[in-house]
Design a protein around this ligand. Structure first.
Ligand SMILES: *[C@@H]1O[C@H](CO)[C@@H](O)[C@H](O)[C@H]1NC(C)=O
Ligand SMILES: *[C@@H]1O[C@H](CO)[C@@H](O)[C@H](O)[C@H]1NC(C)=O
Ligand SMILES: *[C@@H]1O[C@H](CO)[C@@H](O)[C@H](O)[C@H]1NC(C)=O
Length: 252
């Protein structure tokens, strides 16, 4: 039994292999086991689609590339038998983008890969911030990164910002970490702030803020002034009108 079933299985496998008219994507850098290509900003990714099993697609059968479901326009001569696409330079928007390739005549014969674009938080340099006494101080750091940052910290003059004191509040989402303080006081809020975001892949990135608290400027009380002027004008006008009545009465 064994002796006869083995060749049969072998022939079945051989039959299936030669009958598979699938397509496959080869790439630089290589696709991992999950169908993901790991890359970084500014790098290049080159993708080649060809029929799998090592034999060329029928010459009359075009290959079609899609990026996130939208057709990629290909030059003449880059469609038959073998088709290549190059992503260069890789940008933020390419993160998570799926490239798939299929036969133009049969969209079920398809293969796809997804890009995983890693990048660190875009934090660097320093910024001068002036805020008036009693106004609100708002400092914001962009922490968007792939993989996401593992932690964000804020310091004032080198020591951790005490969120329980100084009226500070902290708001964090996937995009930014925002430190705010209402009712700014020079003695409490002036100094050098720094946000530091830690990427599990790229390490620490940070930005510095030199905050100066300026004296409260005298806001000219425009509305009371206008109201006062209106009252004065109305009184004068009323006085003139009543005087005029008396004058005209007198002349009769
Ligand atoms: C498309 O390819 C699949 C898989 O090879 C096959 O089962 C199907 O019959 C093909 N469809 C057409 C319209 O050729
Ligand atoms: C992308 O790559 C990073 C670093 O290897 C990994 O932490 C992350 O989970 C990957 N994301 C996806 C969607 O594969
Ligand atoms: C931070 O340091 C600066 C310069 O030494 C100083 O003027 C400021 O008062 C300090 N701020 C706080 C809150 O201690």
């Amino acid at each position: 039994m064994k002796m006869t079933s083995r060749p049969l299985l072998f022939h079945l496998l051989l039959f299936c292999a030669t009958q598979t008219s699938g397509v496959e994507i080869q790439s630089v850098p290589a696709v991992n086991a999950d169908g993901v290509i790991e890359t970084e900003l500014e790098k290049s990714v080159s993708l080649v689609c060809r029929p799998d099993g090592g034999h060329d697609a029928p010459v009359d059968d075009d290959l079609v590339w899609l990026r996130n479901g939208a057709v990629v326009s290909l030059r003449e001569g880059n469609r038959k038998g073998r088709s290549s696409v190059c992503v260069t330079p890789v940008v933020h928007d390419d993160d998570g983008a799926t490239f798939s390739c299929h036969l133009s005549k049969n969209a079920t014969v398809t293969a796809s890969v997804t890009l995983n674009v890693t990048y660190h938080p875009q934090l660097s340099g320093s910024e001068d911030v002036a805020v008036e006494e009693e106004a609100e101080l708002v400092l914001r750091c962009d922490i968007l990164a792939n993989p996401p940052v593992s932690s964000v910290s804020w310091t004032l003059n080198g020591s951790a910002v005490d969120l329980s004191a100084g009226g500070f509040s902290l708001a964090v989402d996937g995009f930014a970490s925002q430190l705010a303080a209402a009712g700014v006081e020079k003695s409490v809020h002036e100094g050098t702030y720094r946000c530091t975001a830690t990427s599990p892949l790229y390490g620490e990135y940070g930005k510095r803020f030199s905050v100066t608290v300026t004296e409260k400027t005298f806001k000219f009380p425009l509305m009371p002034m206008v109201a006062g002027i209106v009252v004065v004008c109305a009184t004068v006008l009323f006085a003139v009108v009543s005087r005029w009545n008396r004058i005209t009465k007198c002349c009769k």
